[in-house]
Design a protein around this ligand. Sequence first.
Ligand code: FES
Ligand code: FES
Length: 208
Amino acid sequence: MSDGVSRRSFLKTAGASAAAASLAQVAQAAIAPPEAGVPATPTLGPDATDVTLSVNGKPMKLRVDPATTLLSALRMECDLTGAKEVCDRASCGACSVIIDGRLVASCMMLALDAEGTKITTVEGLAKGDELDPLQLAFVKHDALQCGYCTPGLVVACRALLDKNPKPSLSQIKSGLSGNICRCGTYTNIFNAVLEASGQKPIADSAPV
Ligand code: FES
Ligand code: FES
């Protein structure tokens, strides 16, 4: 190029100017007032915020701190204590709930983000006094010891069966891979799922 400007230095300078221009645009967008007619994104917090959650088919009106997890809202505000807080970091599955058909660790979701979804907790599986067939199968196969992981596992099994009504043993293991039972009742849990899906349970002594 002429005037002592090489192609390399021209491109470097042009690239730096373009990057600076885009950063300036981003900064401008961040401080610019919303355009007329475009609703501004609401700012949440630090004060408590109203939220309505649909839990087990019922609307629940809550007022929560924006940092409240769904798990905490369910347990402390809705008085639904089936979901347990164990690891509080999405590694044990004790807090499992079903949201719009998906298995979700409620310790990892903000209550405010659950607005507009359909939440099912373990308390929502029975129909009145009639237990879900899966819950009956858990009882029949003695699929618990301390029981702390059990609500989350029952919910995870329900989510699995809702998607796959006749899962193979390996599909059951895979479907429950996010739920830890420290007591090691896995064989009985697998049997409960097999029973609830009309399949033959495996022998108690079968390797898992
Ligand atoms: S408490 Fe949520 S995954 Fe363990
Ligand atoms: S029954 Fe105790 S952790 Fe599963």
